[in-house]
Write a protein that binds this ligand. Structure first.
Ligand code: HEM
Length: 388
């Protein structure tokens, strides 16, 4: 696998002027996407205010992410203030230590004693209080196969020994657990699956079963959260939900390409170019409030716009030789303007902590990489590595 030329993911549209699609206009050029993100005449599709009572609808109606322009600044300020208390350097260190501890368990030689005993992670009470076992099930699954399907045979000839699914073991849990601990949730380990359940139904179009699971998860997260007025609690939970899939997707993509890249490529450079070339957030949405000109086209009022980061990040007008890995170019993957991601530095620090350890300790096994079906996110389903 070449790592220095990264082809677009399937479904990435070519760059060109805005084009009408089945659900509004599709915007693909770097200059046009940036223009929309910074144009107050284009607004985020707002969620209707939800009923009080700790449901998904309540959460969506209270977070900055889906707020109308008049409510957005105050709600965003809640999340920004909470993030200001979290030092990215500490997040990086904590994520790296948690990752190292999990990989240590996977790397430990399997033997009869290990087969009988639950796989435990060295304690990090100050970091991830409550963590008890590698797969979070409490069942003591054999560490050597953490996140992987069961393998036949005894521990000595276990073909799964030392293999691990980075997504299940690390990407989907370490960043959220570290953030949840930093935000003062009572049980960060219990919070992680609840955050994932909310994230799965956060964007419009989720099926009723996912929404019901998310309703229960919102109630659970509120019970774990420090006491706060409802809107403050909602926007702190919103940080975790926003972080969940996107950071997992970044870690998955960076491990996928990073294990093929020379060790001399700094992990920070790797993350920056992976964000551009394999963005975990492929697109976002806006709606026009008035008729406007964009990229030489006239677009009417109340028209949905789909802003394709994956296409704009490869716009040759912004990035010559766009498919080539070349650090220092930047990307639109964290958005821009007043709604741009407030967690960029935190996301990068968490991902760097995890990916740096994985690059140091793991090798690719060449297993197939598939992605979760999602209209705007690009998150690997499973990434298998072997652990040294
Ligand atoms: C690789 C990881 C991440 C990516 C690619 C990402 C990307 C984005 C993008 C593109 C937006 C803006 C969406 C739009 O304008 O329509 C956004 C918003 C947001 N992100 Fe992130 N994000 C990531 C991680 C995080 C993390 C770790 C946090 C919190 C710790 C976070 C918190 C938020 C919040 C609260 C918003 C809404 C901001 C607002 O309402 O103004 N994100 N993110």
């Amino acid at each position: 696998m070449s790592w220095s030329i990264i082809a677009p993911a399937p479904g990435t549209p070519p760059c060109g002027p805005p084009t009408p699609g089945t659900d509004g206009w599709i915007v693909t050029r770097h200059v046009d996407v940036l223009a929309v993100l910074t144009d107050p005449r284009c607004v985020v599709p707002a969620a209707a205010p939800g009923p009080a009572g700790g449901t998904l609808a309540w959460l969506r109606g209270a977070v900055s992410r889906f707020s109308p322009p008049e409510q957005h600044p105050a709600r965003r300020a809640v999340g920004v203030a909470a993030l200001a208390d979290l030092d990215p350097d500490e997040l990086r260190t904590t994520a790296a230590r948690a990752t190292a501890a999990l990989l240590d368990v996977v790397a430990a030689p399997a033997g009869p004693a290990d087969a009988a005993a639950p796989a435990t992670v060295p304690p990090h009470p100050a970091i991830l209080p409550g963590r008890a076992d590698v797969d979070g099930s409490g069942a003591g699954a054999p560490a050597a196969r953490a996140g992987m399907p069961p393998a036949a045979g005894g521990p000595g000839d276990d073909p799964g020994a030392g293999r691990v699914d980075v997504m299940a073991l690390l990407a989907r849990r370490v960043p959220v657990e570290v953030l949840a601990a930093g935000l003062g949730l009572a049980d960060p380990v219990a919070a992680a699956p609840a955050v994932a359940a909310v994230a799965a139904a956060y964007h419009p179009g989720a099926d009723p079963a996912a929404v019901a699971a998310a309703d229960r998860a919102v109630a659970a997260l509120l019970a774990l959260s420090p006491p706060a007025p409802p809107e403050v609690a909602a926007n702190r939970i919103g940080l975790l939900v926003q972080a969940c899939d996107a950071t997992a997707g970044l870690i998955g993509a960076a491990v996928r390409w990073g294990l093929a890249a020379p060790a001399a490529v700094p992990t920070a450079d790797l993350l920056a170019e992976v964000l551009r070339l394999a963005p975990p957030v492929r697109a976002t949405r806006r709606v026009t409030t008035v008729a406007l000109r964009l990229g030489g086209r006239t677009i009417g009022p109340d028209t949905p716009l789909l802003l394709r980061f994956d296409a704009a990040n490869r716009d040759p007008a912004a990035h010559p030789e766009p498919d080539r890995f070349r650090p220092g170019r930047g990307s639109l993957t964290f958005g821009a303007g007043p709604r741009g991601c407030p967690g960029e530095r935190h996301a990068l620090a968490l991902a760097e902590g995890v990916v740096g350890e994985v690059r140091r300790r793991c090798a690719a096994t060449g297993g197939p990489v598939t992605h979760e079906p999602h209209p705007t996110l690009h998150v690997p389903t499973q990434i298998e590595v072997s652990v040294r």
